[in-house]
Design a protein around this ligand. Structure first.
Ligand code: IMP
Ligand code: MG
Length: 195
């Protein structure tokens, strides 16, 4: 296991050692620059995909998607609306409990609308499957998933994400919205955490 060197992040100029409070990270898996490139690409693809459509609702799965979502919507060049879903499946551990709870339901109507669920990461797929089930029942015109990271370890997904930023390693990842016990969400990059 390697300790982090205090190299500044090239986009934000952040001092990583200061940022982490001395907590070692294994490695930076995706830099701010690489993330920004994928966010721009996905934003362009979504813009093209919904050309001529009257309506687009972006539903962010909190809390993990908050940074990805806020960067992504600014890369989508068309009218849209934003709302959120809150699900909870993880305690303070690093593996999925499989017990997904829907803690907040979007206030926005779903029926007849083009909806994109924005996820930070698809791991076991439990969260996603549960959300798809809940939203499909409300009769959207279309329902797609956009995930920053996809581990490709889910045994069965109710629906494959239409847009994925990165095919991620099976490590436990933090930063750019992803947490470990609520820490590290604010990192401008994605890192794997040392044990
Ligand atoms: P799933 O239900 O197992 O697919 O996991 C869904 C949620 O668990 C994600 O939206 C994340 O909030 C969290 N999660 C899964 N894998 C990781 C990880 O590697 N780091 C941080 N959070 C994760
Ligand atoms: Mg989480």
């Amino acid at each position: 296991m390697t300790e982090t060197t205090a190299e500044p992040d090239i986009v934000t100029g952040v001092d990583i050692e200061k940022l982490m409070g001395g907590r070692p990270i294994e490695r930076i898996v995706y830099s701010s620059k690489e993330i920004a490139e994928q966010v721009a690409r996905i934003g362009e693809e979504i813009t093209r995909e919904y050309e001529g459509e009257a309506d687009l609702l972006i539903l962010g799965l909190l809390k993990g998607s908050f940074i990805f979502l806020s960067d992504l919507v600014r890369r989508i060049s068309r009218p849209l609306q934003v709302d959120f879903l809150v699900a909870s499946s993880y305690g303070s551990g690093t593996s999925s409990s499989g017990n997904v709870q829907l803690l907040y339901d979007p206030a926005a109507p779903i029926a007849g609308r083009n909806v994109i669920i924005v996820e930070d990461i698809v791991d076991s797929g439990n969260t996603l499957s549960r959300m798809i089930e809940a939203l499909e029942g409300r009769g959207p015109k279309s329902l797609e998933i956009c995930a920053l990271l996809h581990k490709h370890i889910a045994p069965r997904l109710a629906k494959e994400p239409r847009w994925v930023g990165f095919d991620a390693p099976a490590d436990f990842l933090v930063g750019y919205g992803l947490d470990h016990a609520e820490d590290f969400r604010h990192l401008p990059f994605v890192a794997s955490l040392s044990e």
